[in-house]
Design a protein. Structure first.
Lengths: 423, 423
């Protein structure tokens, strides 16, 4: 599919040096090209790799650790104390590898991450061959990675320097939220992102409470506040946005800021609903994220597509809302654009990176196949992902990880479970 | 787990003559029993088979046939004309086998079905070894199975006689809805269910429109109308119930009627929201269904559990609403009770049927494993179902169907696709 809505059959994609060299009828491909490796997959869909625009990979080690609890109790009594006790280089490395394994096996080729020890995340992604945007955290409270906002920024800038020319890893600023980052720090971050021409990802309008608190404190909604500080631009990634006013929509349209929708997390934590179809209708770029496994509890972007479509229909009262093509677009090219890499990836076009996945459609769960787009969104296709390539490199072959050790990752997850649960 | 909330480890289940003979520590089981076949599954969950209380199996042949459309257009321009043209014995047999294959592979051991040619459904289930409640359709409009309401009932009664003593198949009455069945027919059905001591399944309160129409026509809500006709009892299965008033809750409590919740279908068709947690809090039995694949588009009851939990939290605004244990209960013992088989199946208890499934938890997607219940509901466990037994008979072994031919079923789905799409 050159465009998301286009389904081509009897078609081949030619890859050379990690890039898409041609998209053409298979007959013609056979005549014109002499490939070193050929894949013949008549019953498969070949599509762009999925782009997971928001998550906290290492939190996979807390999957199911404390579910079904009120939000503040979940954070204050379970997640935060556990993080404080255990988060370090080893936790982040092992947790990120677990997250990457799950994402690769379900067809994600690029992910954004926001967590402590972002240097570990960047190194893990590079080693595994995945694309990532590492949004290094900036908060006012101390962690084992940094003590002060200044130190978070300083360490983040070192990371930025280290990966400036890296093909797989982008470094972005990840100020946690307007209620955990001071105005002074925000101003500093905004100034630096302008200077370095880099992206900024922030949790925004996650709950009604966040809005009420901000209106009480600042006299305006968080999005408006960020705008006044000069933060909103096509390099701004607003995560969640479950509370949207007409003025918010105008601001998003006007500034070109992106909305990163995490449907599972919004429902599981009862945060609210992001009116994705309305945003898309206004020309706002809406992409998808899984959020961390502690608030999902999976990193399956096919499931996020499905839930995004279902809740958009359910909430609007219109079953024609957010069709399969729109859901797929959100998970691919919109994700790439959200991370500032729309020219490089997110669709099958000549010159773009060969970030590709194949999905077996000859299964009980996906037959009959009147409309492949519909099945991809509604029929749980993550389990049918067979091959995954990033820049033409095969990272999953026949459902098996090629650059990560599944057995080792599971063993490490068990090691952390016994440590954390036994503590 | 003898009770849904109980997770036992180092435990064995002993099966004899299709029934659970003992649940005891593995050490003790080894001493006390000398089994002809033993399964050692240290990294697996063994749990009751899932009960899918509402569906239209044969509609799997219309999976993804016409998605993302307004409800009336979907029905009038796509589903109904297609059914009118193609539905017959062969369509129902092939479609039901496709549905059963998908359900078995995702851990469902018993399903309810409401479709034309219910004789085919009953025969298919018996042949495959699955448990089913066949709710034969009763409507006022003609189909290729029957012409008049009288004929629907007559044919249904013949079916009832044929399966009266069958261990796997129950026959129930399936009057479609109060707006497609006349009062006279409803009264006849209600009288017969009383006489035969059999169940009645009906689509009820699916949309706000249905309520508004009934109030306009009958002067009361559909549930109230059924009550006045004497239809509500512990043998009544109300499917959907997305519109619930306080008076509705009182009626459900008072009469012991069951609510069958189909979360995917309610969201995909934008029908409304069933307040499951509120109903459960009132002591009403709420079970789960997938509905047909045309409005889902899968028959994965693990996905229904997950979505039921997510929307209950999202709509109540409380993340503690509908916890994992409640979701699992809805998919197992509540389903068995809803279908009037709570004494026979739905939990692992001595004397109950050996309707059991095993799920591999040693996977990337399910580790770490702090709380198995949480993973079963939130981490897409359908794909990890390895073995499925019904009455002790192995129907799925290591993920492979034992009584149905996967290749044949897929070929037939393709045959119908080419017929229907090519027409």
């Amino acid at each position: 599919m050159a465009q998301p809505e286009q389904v081509l059959t009897q078609c081949s994609v030619v890859v050379d040096a990690g890039k898409i060299a041609a998209v053409l009828p298979t007959d013609e491909a056979k005549r014109r090209f002499n490939a070193t490796t050929e894949y013949h997959l008549p019953d498969y869909v070949l599509m762009p790799g999925l782009v997971n625009t928001h998550g906290h990979g290492a939190m996979s080690l807390l999957r199911g650790f404390a579910d079904d609890l009120p939000l503040q109790e979940w954070l204050s009594d379970h997640i935060w104390p556990t993080e404080e006790r255990w988060v370090g280089e080893e936790f982040v490395r092992d947790g990120t590898e677990l997250a990457m394994a799950e994402m690769l096996l379900s067809g994600t080729t690029c992910f954004s991450d926001m967590y402590f020890f972002p240097d570990q995340v960047a190194a893990c992604a590079r080693k595994a061959g995945m694309k990532t945007q590492v949004a290094f955290p900036v908060v006012e409270f101390p962690s084992s990675w940094a003590r002060t906002a200044e130190q978070y920024i300083h360490k983040g800038l070192e990371l930025y320097d280290e990966y400036k020319t890296d093909a797989l890893v982008d470094i972005a600023f990840g100020p946690h939220a307007i209620y955990t980052v001071s105005d002074d720090t925000l101003i500093k971050v905004i100034s630096l992102t302008g200077e370095l021409d880099t992206a900024i990802q922030i949790h925004l309008h996650e709950t009604a409470q966040e809005i009420a608190d901000a209106v009480g404190k600042d006299g305006c909604r968080p999005l408006e506040k960020l705008h006044r500080l000069g933060a909103l631009s096509p390099q701004t990634q607003c995560v969640h946005m479950t509370q949207i006013s007409d003025a918010d929509i105008e601001l998003l349209v006007h500034t070109g800021a992106h909305v990163l929708h995490c449907p599972q997390s919004n429902m599981k934590l009862a945060s609210g609903f992001c009116p994705t179809a309305q945003l898309l209708d206004n020309g706002i770029n809406v992409a998808l994220g899984t959020d961390g496994a502690a608030s999902n509890n999976s990193l399956n972007l096919f499931a996020a597509m499905n839930l995004a479509a279902l809740i958009a229909k359910g909430f609007s009262g219109d079953p024609a809302t957010l069709n399969a093509n729109q859901a797929l677009t959100m998970a691919t090219i919109n994700g790439a654009r959200g991370l500032g890499r729309g020219e490089e990836m997110g669709s099958i076009e000549v010159g773009k990176a060969a970030d590709l996945i194949t999905i077996d459609m000859a299964t009980i769960q996906t037959q009959p196949l009147y409309n492949p787009l519909s099945q991809l969104v509604n029929s749980d296709c993550s389990r049918r992902v067979s091959n995954v390539w990033v820049d033409g490199q095969l990272l999953v072959a026949d459902g098996e990880l090629q650059t990560l050790s599944q057995a080792e990752i599971i063993n490490k997850a068990r090691y952390w479970q016994s440590k954390i649960a036994g503590a």
